[in-house]
Design a protein around this ligand. Structure first.
Ligand SMILES: Nc1nc2c(ncn2[C@@H]2O[C@H](COP(=O)(O)OP(=O)(O)OP(=O)(O)O)[C@@H](O)[C@H]2O)c(=O)[nH]1
Ligand SMILES: [Mg+2]
Length: 217
């Protein structure tokens, strides 16, 4: 347990906002899709990843960050992102779009394979500086998320919760889901003490997230 209160990530200062803008206005390119740990690119730069249940909006968030509609594939079909997709942002950042977890309708063997890869990646990537764990604002933190959060605790990978799809809920529901998320996070020592509230659709929180990524060291 911790005493942290899990505030909302503040609006970035002008300098941080500008660094975020510059990072994502520059070249962001798909590098490769990885299906096994030995396919990971060299661990030679700062890396952040986007993890979350199938359909939570990981690929859409990467597209919103980069201002490009179809850089990371986004779809209505859960389980669409089946590989660890690496993107380069400028010279010194990797952005990593992970396969979604908690998707029950794919063949069992396939799901097992993705989950094993996801877990190996989240616990074994030395240059992974922060994991952004996406949580659907309509649903809050579920049992299947808890599994990943616990893995991140054990692996000592700092993770930060990003609430997604806030355009789909009313203001009053925000407070409810935030209360649930704060309560769940209090049990996780690896949780970063600020929550980012986003909508890839409307752009809310995107500049804040850009600034956070660009100012990680
Ligand atoms: N209204 C709204 N819809 C969103 C938002 N973000 C994502 N979506 C929709 O949610 C669906 C899933 O989005 P994806 O970005 O493909 O989700 P994902 O987490 O990458 O899914 P997997 O790759 O299957 O794990 C798509 O239909 C998106 O258009 C958002 O901020 N607002
Ligand atoms: Mg995806």
């Amino acid at each position: 347990m911790t005493d942290l209160t899990f505030t909302l990530a503040p609006e970035p200062e002008d300098a941080a906002r500008e660094r975020g803008r510059l990072l994502f206005a520059g070249p962001v390119d798909f590098l490769k899709g990885v299906v096994a740990m030995d396919g990971l690119p060299p661990a030679d730069r700062l890396e952040v990843c986007f993890a979350g249940r199938s359909n939570v909006g990981k690929s859409s968030l990467i597209n919103a960050l980069t201002g490009r509609k179809a850089l990371a594939r986004a779809s209505n079909t859960p389980g669409r992102t089946q590989e660890i997709n690496y993107f380069t942002a400028g010279e010194d950042h990797y952005l990593v779009d992970l396969p979604g977890y908690g998707f029950a309708e794919a063949p069992v063997a396939t799901v097992r394979k993705w989950q094993a890869l996801l877990k190996a990646y989240l616990s074994g990537r030395a240059t992974l500086r922060r994991a952004f764990v996406l949580i659907d604002a309509r649903h809050g933190i579920k049992a299947v998320d808890e599994e990943i959060l616990t893995l991140l605790d054990r692996s000592a990978v700092t993770f930060q919760v990003v609430l997604t799809k806030v355009d789909k809920i009313l203001a009053a529901e925000r407070e409810k889901v935030l209360t649930q998320v704060r309560k769940a996070l209090a049990k996780h020592p690896a949780a970063y003490p600020e929550i980012i509230v986003t909508s890839s659709e409307k752009g809310e929180g995107i500049e804040t997230l850009r600034a956070i990524i660009a100012t990680l060291e």
